[in-house]
Design a binder for this molecule. Structure first.
Ligand code: MCN
Length: 776
C-alpha cells in the first residue's frame, strides 16, 4: 500500500453503514413501491416428483385484480433455461426452466405465476389454480439415487450428474504399509440459509427506452445483468441491475433464480413494474440449500500420528437441478481435503447426484466446511488411534512456517502461513494444559467434559480468472471530486460485510482524509460499470486490491501535479498525511486540496497533464488467499439427557493484514455462530417422499444468541503476497473452522462411552443414544 503512516488501516473504525441500518432508514428491495406496480405470486409444487397432468388457471384468471396468469408453456420461447457456471467436463445439465414444464422434481418448484394489482389478490388467486399431479417415484437419499432408478430426470438415465476423480501419489501403497488404518463415514447434513431478509425481485421494463431495470436481493448485480441478458436475449447495456440494501446472503443470494428472469419477462409482457417477495416458508423450499454431502474415507497413519494416505469418496446431493454453482461447490471440498497438513498421497472420488430436493449451492464456506470437517475428524481419529494428544498430531502434520508458498497434494499453492503460530497462541490463550487437567478431574468424577480442536486453512479471495467460471478479477473506480471528497465505485457488492467502512479507511489513509470524506458506491450496474461481486470472501482481497491500485494511480498523479507546481521531480515528492512536498522540505507543502483545485481548474496544468483526478482498475489476482487459524471448543454433556452445552469457544485466526479488526471480529462472530449452529442445532430434514419436514423456523433450529457463549478471539498476522495490502479474506473463516471444533469436543466428551464419531447436529437425542451404545 502506498501509505506511509497508516492511520485508519488497522483501526477499529465504527461501521459507517450501521446508523442507517439500525435506525430503519435503509432501503431494502421490498421497501420500494413503483407507480402502477403489480404483484406476483407463484404457485409451487406440493409434490417431490410428479407429472403435471393438468394445470387449470381458468378460475384464477377470473379472480379480482388478476392481470395475468402464466405457465411454463406461456414463457418457454421467451426465457431460456437457467444456466450453470462450471468447468466440469461432461457435466449433465438438465433443462431448468423458470416455470415447470410438464413435470416437477422437488417440492417448491414454481409452476404458475399470478400477477395481480395487489399482493393479497395474487395470493388469493393462487388458491384457485388447480394442479393435477400424477405422482412419480421420488428419491431423496443420495446413495440410493447414485445407485440407479428412480431417476430425477428420466431422459438422463442416471442421477449422477458428474464424477470428479482426483489422485496424487500412491495412497494404496501408503495404506498397505501404514500401521494405523481408519475408516469412517461422515454425513455433512443439509442446511437452510436463513438470511434475515428473504429474497425479493422488482422488474421494471421501460418500453420507451427498451431498458430493463431489475432490483433484486442479490450478491452479484453484474453477473445477474450478464445472465439476464443471456436468458432473455436482451443486450446487456439495456439492463440495469440494482441491489439496494441486502439483508444478508451467506451465499444464498450468489445465484440466478427463476424469479429474476421471470419477473423481467412479466414486466416486459405486461408493460408494468412487477414485484415478488418470498415468504419465509417459501424461501425454505425455493432458495438454495447448503452442504448435504456424504463422505466415506480410509486413512493410513504412522504410529507417531503422521497422516500418510487419504482416500475419500464423496457424494454431493445436488438436489433436483443445477443452480448457478451447484456442481462447483463440492469440487472445493476436493481441493481443500488435505487441510493444513503435509499428506501427499491422496485419492478422492466425488459424485454429484440429483435427488428430488431443493438444489444445493453456495452456503457460507461452500465446500470448505465439509473438507475441514472431514480432515479435522481425521486428525482426532488418528489421535484416538495412536494415543497421542490431538494438538500434537496436528503439529506433527503441519508444513514448516518457512515452507511457504506451500504446494499441496491437490495442487494448490498456499500463499503464506504459520500454522504452528496460531496453534501455539490458541493453546496458550485457552490454557490447554489446564483444560486437559480439569477434564481428567471431571472424568474421574463421572462428568462429561470435552475439548475439541480445529486447525483450518481455507481457500478464498476467489480468485484468478483461470480458476473461475465468469472472471475472477474485481473492478474499481476512484473519483476525486472538486470538493476534495472521494467517491469510490466498486464491483464488490457487500450485503452486511462492512466494505463501506473498510474501503473508506483505505482511501482515507491514501489521501490524508477521514473515512467520512469517502463515499463507497456499489450495487447498481448503471453507477458501477463492471464487477464480479461479493462471495468467496473476495471483496477485501480482490476488490480491496483493485481499490489500492486506484489509490496508487491517483496519488501518483497528485504527486506529478505537485512536482510541476513545486518545480521538483516527481521522484522527489513525498505525499504524507494529505500534504505533498519535496523530500525534507515540508514547509513548501501543497495540501491535497491545493492539488485537487489545480487538477480541476486546470489553468496551471502543463499540456502533458490531463485535467481531473480519477482512476479505474481491474485487479486480476495471481492466486487465491489462504487464511488459517486454530479454534478450540469446550463442551459439557449432561449425562442424563445428552444435552450439549458449549461452555467456551476460543479462536486464533490469521487473515493477513487486518483492515478493521472490529469488522474482522464481527465476521468471525457470525461465522463461528453459523458453524456452531450446524454442529449443534440445524438440519434440513426430508421424509422419504420428499417433503421438507423442517419447513419453517419452528422446526428448523436456528440458534438464538442466548444459546451461545461469548467467543474469545485473538489473531496472528501473516500477510499474503497476493495483494499489496497483505489482506486475506475472513468472511467465511469462522464457519469453516467451528463445526469441526465443536464436534471434536462432543466426541471427546463421550470418550468414556467409547464413542469414536458422531455426525452433526449433536442434538441431545443423538448424544443420549450414543451414550446408550447407539453410535460408535
Ligand atoms: N476485512 C478486513 N481485513 C481483512 C479481511 C477482511 O478488515 N484482512 C473486512 C473486509 O473489508 C470486509 C469484511 O472484513 O469488511 C469481510 O471481507 P471478506 O473476507 O473479503 O469477505 P467478503 O466481503 O467478500 O464477504 C463475503 C463473505 C461470505 S463468502 C459470506 S457467505 C458471508 C460473509 O462474507 N456472508 C455474509 N459475511 C457476511 N456477513 C454478513 N453480515 N452477511 C452476509 O451475508
Amino acid at each position: 500500500m502506498p501509505v506511509t503512516v497508516p492511520k485508519f488501516i488497522g483501526a477499529r473504525v465504527r461501521r459507517k453503514e450501521d446508523p442507517r441500518l439500525i435506525t430503519g432508514r435503509a432501503t431494502y428491495t421490498d421497501d420500494i413501491v413503483l407507480p402502477r406496480m403489480a404483484y406476483v405470486k407463484l404457485v409451487r409444487s406440493t409434490q417431490a416428483h410428479a407429472k403435471l397432468t393438468k394445470v387449470d388457471v381458468a378460475a384464477a384468471k377470473k379472480m379480482p385484480g388478476v392481470i395475468a396468469v402464466v405457465t411454463g408453456e406461456d414463457i418457454k420461447d421467451r426465457i431460456a433455461p437457467l444456466p450453470v457456471a462450471h468447468k466440469i467436463p461432461d457435466l449433465k445439465v438438465p433443462a431448468h426452466t423458470a416455470l415447470a414444464m410438464g413435470e416437477v422434481r422437488h417440492v417448491g418448484e414454481a409452476i404458475v405465476a399470478i400477477v395481480a394489482d395487489t399482493a393479497a389478490q395474487a395470493t388469493d388467486a393462487a388458491e384457485h389454480v388447480v394442479v393435477d399431479y400424477e405422482p412419480l417415484p421420488a428419491v431423496t437419499d443420495v446413495e440410493q439415487a447414485a445407485a440407479g432408478a428412480p431417476f430425477v430426470h428420466a431422459d438422463l438415465g442416471t442421477n449422477v450428474a458428474f464424477t470428479f476423480p482426483f489422485k496424487a501419489g500412491d495412497p494404496d501403497a501408503q495404506l498397505a504399509k501404514a500401521p494405523v488404518k481408519i475408516r469412517q463415514r461422515i454425513m455433512n447434513q443439509r442446511l437452510i440459509p436463513v438470511a434475515i431478509e428473504p429474497r425479493c425481485v422488482i422488474a421494471d421494463y421501460d418500453a420507451g427506452y427498451q431498458k430493463l431495470t431489475l432490483t433484486s436481493t442479490t450478491q452479484i448485480p453484474h453477473l445477474l445483468r450478464l445472465l439476464l441478458g443471456a436468458v432473455l436475449s436482451l443486450p446487456e447495456h439495456k439492463i440495469r441491475v440494482v441491489a439496494p440494501e441486502v439483508g444478508g446472503g451467506f451465499g444464498s443470494k450468489l445465484n440466478f433464480y427463476p424469479e429474476e428472469p421471470l419477473l423481467a419477462h412479466l414486466s416486459q409482457r405486461l408493460g408494468r413494474p412487477v414485484k415478488w417477495t418470498e415468504t419465509r416458508t417459501e424461501g425454505f423450499l425455493a432458495t438454495i440449500h447448503g452442504r448435504d454431502q456424504l463422505a466415506e474415507f480410509e486413512v493410513g497413519a504412522g504410529k507417531d500420528g503422521r497422516l500418510l494416505a487419504l482416500k475419500v469418496k464423496l457424494w454431493q446431493d445436488l438436489g433436483a437441478y443445477h443452480q448457478l454453482l451447484t456442481p462447483v461447490i463440492p469440487t472445493l471440498t476436493v481441493l481443500m481435503l488435505p487441510g493444513c497438513y503435509t499428506v501427499k498421497d491422496v485419492e478422492v472420488e466425488l459424485k454429484g447426484v440429483f435427488t428430488d430436493k431443493t438444489p444445493t449451492d453456495a452456503y457460507r464456506g461452500a465446500g470448505r466446511p465439509e473438507a475441514t470437517f472431514i480432515i479435522e475428524r481425521v486428525m482426532d481419529l488418528i489421535a484416538a488411534a495412536t494415543g497421542k494428544d490431538p494438538a500434537e498430531v496436528r503439529r506433527l502434520n503441519f508444513p514448516a512456517a518457512n515452507a511457504f508458498p506451500y504446494l499441496t497434494a491437490t495442487g494448490l499453492a498456499y500463499d503464506s502461513g504459520n500454522y504452528q503460530g496460531t496453534l501455539d497462541k490458541l493453546l496458550e490463550k485457552a490454557d490447554y494444559a489446564k483444560l486437559r487437567k480439569e477434564q481428567a478431574e471431571q472424568r474421574a468424577k463421572g462428568a462429561l467434559m470435552g475439548i475439541g480442536l480445529s486447525t483450518y486453512v481455507e481457500v478464498c479471495g476467489l480468485g484468478p480468472s483461470a480458476a473461475m467460471p465468469a472472471g475472477g478479477w474485481e473492478a474499481c473506480e476512484l473519483e476525486v471530486r472538486r470538493s476534495g471528497k472521494i467517491v469510490v465505485k466498486t464491483g464488490a457488492s457487500p450485503h452486511g460485510q462492512g466494505e463501506e467502512t473498510t474501503f473508506a479507511q483505505i482511501v482515507a489513509d491514501g489521501f490524508g482524509l477521514t473515512p467520512d470524506d469517502v463515499e463507497i458506491v456499489h450495487g447498481d450496474t448503471d453507477a458501477v460499470a463492471e464487477g464480479i461481486g461479493t462471495f468467496g470472501s473476495r471483496a477485501q482481497a480482490v476488490g480491496g486490491a483493485a481499490l489500492a491500485r486506484c489509490v496508487e494511480t491517483v496519488r501518483t498523479k497528485a504527486r506529478r501535479i505537485a512536482a510541476h507546481l513545486l518545480e521538483a521531480s516527481i521522484e522527489d515528492i513525498v505525499f504524507e498525511d494529505g500534504r505533498l512536498f519535496p523530500t525534507g522540505v515540508p514547509a513548501k507543502a501543497k495540501t491535497f486540496m491545493d492539488i485537487v483545485n489545480v487538477a480541476y481548474l486546470a489553468d496551471q496544468l502543463p499540456q502533458e497533464i490531463e485535467p481531473g483526478l480519477s482512476a479505474v482498475h481491474f485487479f486480476e489476482p495471481t492466486n487465491f488467499t489462504f487464511p488459517f487459524g486454530a479454534h478450540l471448543a469446550v463442551v459439557d454433556v449432561d449425562k442424563d439427557t445428552g444435552k450439549v452445552t458449549l461452555r467456551r469457544y476460543v479462536a486464533v485466526d490469521d487473515c493477513g493484514t487486518l483492515i478493521n479488526p472490529m469488522i474482522v471480529e464481527g465476521q468471525l462472530h457470525g461465522g463461528i455462530a453459523q458453524g456452531v449452529a450446524q454442529a449443534l442445532f440445524e438440519e434440513a430434514v426430508y421424509d422419504a417422499g420428499g417433503q421438507l419436514v423442517t419447513g419453517e423456523l419452528m422446526d428448523y433450529a436456528v440458534p438464538k444468541a442466548a444459546f451461545l457463549p461469548s467467543w474469545e478471539l485473538d489473531h496472528t498476522v501473516t500477510p499474503t503476497p497476493v495483494n499489496v495490502l497483505g489482506a486475506k479474506g475472513v468472511g467465511e473463516a469462522g464457519t469453516i473452522a467451528s463445526g469441526a471444533a465443536v464436534m471434536n469436543a462432543v466426541v471427546d466428551a463421550l470418550q468414556p462411552y467409547g464413542v469414536k464419531h458422531m455426525d452433526m447436529p449433536a442434538t441431545a437425542q443423538k448424544v443420549w443414544r450414543a451414550m446408550q451404545g447407539g453410535a460408535k
